[in-house]
Ligand binder design. Structure first.
Ligand SMILES: *[C@@H]1O[C@H](CO)[C@@H](O)[C@H](O)[C@H]1NC(C)=O
Ligand SMILES: *[C@@H]1O[C@H](CO)[C@@H](O)[C@H](O)[C@H]1NC(C)=O
Ligand SMILES: *[C@@H]1O[C@H](CO)[C@@H](O)[C@H](O)[C@H]1NC(C)=O
Ligand SMILES: *[C@@H]1O[C@H](CO)[C@@H](O)[C@H](O)[C@H]1NC(C)=O
Length: 366
């Protein structure tokens, strides 16, 4: 963890306050390249001319990441975008669960709860690494980066012979490699004693970062476009295309459900707690700690608790009031819901709707 930010506080009256601020900063520091998603980065044109300031101004980069930033300044916007895409997808996937992937503020992003090497943390690392692969691969294709272009993936063997290969594809090869350098840099810089808890956590992060990257890499597929006389599709051009990021999210969510509990073994490698299950592959998520209690607010674990969350009275799933409110019960409110309704199609071509208001019940956890 970086400590530079907290040095040189001389005035003793301020010292206590500063120490508190610093220690909480240190605690949450481990995830903070994600903060690139929070601080909007200026468009590359803006700093290419001036070159210097950007990398030193960005908060949350590790030493190695800062170096990469200097070498690949134009990539930073896309890393930020990728992280943002990952966070959004995480919030979508978990919106009906006790832990809902909410971001806490712009410095710590996910808050202290990420210090716990839980399943949820595993998912968060994977989905944000995936977001970076996604954003960088696409930026290559769009011609937005100086060091890469269209995908140069080999023609798939099973592509029908008369279809053309070579449309400009998403460069997942480059995206994967760059994300590996950048995202993992933070973990690789650490030098924890082999077999220590911190070492276990580092290995966990590396595995989950990789699982996220592989999800994007492996889900990328062939897309084609028809040519030929008036839609005859006698000729097709094909290229490599990223999957919709929702599919990546769905896939990683399944990996979350089947994530493997690990512990550090005698050889300083992660090994499975329960050997009855299949050994995790590089595509799988792993975790080393049990999840904290997400029911109650807890400053120590960083859990926000579910008080005040909306729940569904009739659902028996995680979004149902029973589970969401952890048995504490719920309050019922009536609120007005505004909807478009009585929509009519008008010739030609638009749809006109009325605005309807109805009174609906809402349930909120105590
Ligand atoms: C966090 O966001 C707030 C409001 O947007 C801003 O005032 C503050 O400077 C930000 N902090 C950092 C460290 O970026
Ligand atoms: C918060 O969590 C910690 C660690 O699980 C636990 O020891 C502590 O009792 C909890 N505090 C509260 C107020 O629930
Ligand atoms: C997620 O949970 C937190 C804490 O309970 C809550 O403040 C926030 O509004 C929730 N976000 C969504 C989108 O439900
Ligand atoms: C609540 O859950 C039920 C059963 O799963 C579902 O049919 C209904 O649409 C849900 N209501 C809301 C408002 O999401």
């Amino acid at each position: 963890m970086t400590q530079g930010r907290c040095t040189s506080v001389g005035i003793h009256l301020l010292l206590v306050v500063a120490l508190i601020a610093c220690s909480s900063q240190l605690l949450v520091d481990a995830n903070s390249w994600w903060s690139l998603a929070m601080n909007p980065i200026q468009r590359p044109e803006m700093y290419i001319i001036g070159a210097q300031p950007l990398c030193s101004q960005l908060s949350g980069l590790s030493q190695g990441q800062r170096k990469l930033c200097q070498l690949y300044q134009d990539h930073m916007v896309y890393i930020g975008e990728g992280a943002k895409t990952g966070i959004k997808e995480c919030q979508y996937q978990f919106k009906q669960r006790r832990w809902n992937c909410s971001t806490v503020d712009n410095t710590s992003v996910f808050g202290r709860v990420m210090q716990i090497g839980s399943r949820e943390t595993a998912f968060t690392y994977a989905i944000s690494a995936a977001g970076v692969v996604n954003a960088v691969s696409r930026a290559c294709r769009e011609g937005d980066l100086s060091t890469c272009g269209c995908s140069r993936a080999a023609r798939p063997r099973d592509l029908p012979r008369d279809w053309l290969w070579g449309g400009c594809g998403d460069n997942v090869n480059y995206g994967y490699r760059f994300a590996r350098e950048f995202v993992d840099a933070r973990e690789r810089e650490k030098n924890y004693p082999k077999g220590s808890e911190e070492h276990a956590r580092t290995l966990m992060n590396l595995q989950n970062n990789e699982a996220g990257r592989q999800a994007v890499y492996n889900l990328a597929n062939v897309a084609c476009k028809c040519h030929g006389v008036s839609g005859s599709c006698s000729l097709k051009t094909c290229w490599l295309q990223l999957a919709d990021f929702r599919r990546v999210g769905d896939f990683l969510k399944e990996k979350y459900d089947s994530a493997a509990a690990m512990r550090i073994g005698r050889k300083g490698k992660l090994e499975q707690v329960n050997n009855r299950f299949n050994t995790p592959t590089p595509e799988d998520l792993v975790y080393v700690d049990t999840s904290p209690d997400y029911c109650l607010r807890n400053e120590t674990t960083g859990s926000l608790g579910t008080q005040g969350r909306l729940c569904n009275k009739t659902s028996e799933g995680m979004d149902g009031c029973e589970l969401m409110c952890c048995g504490r019960g719920y309050d019922q409110f009536k609120t007005y819901k505004h909807e478009r309704c009585h929509c009519k199609f008008h010739w030609c071509c638009y749809v006109k709707c009325k605005r309807c208001t109805s009174l609906v019940d809402q349930f909120v956890c105590k």
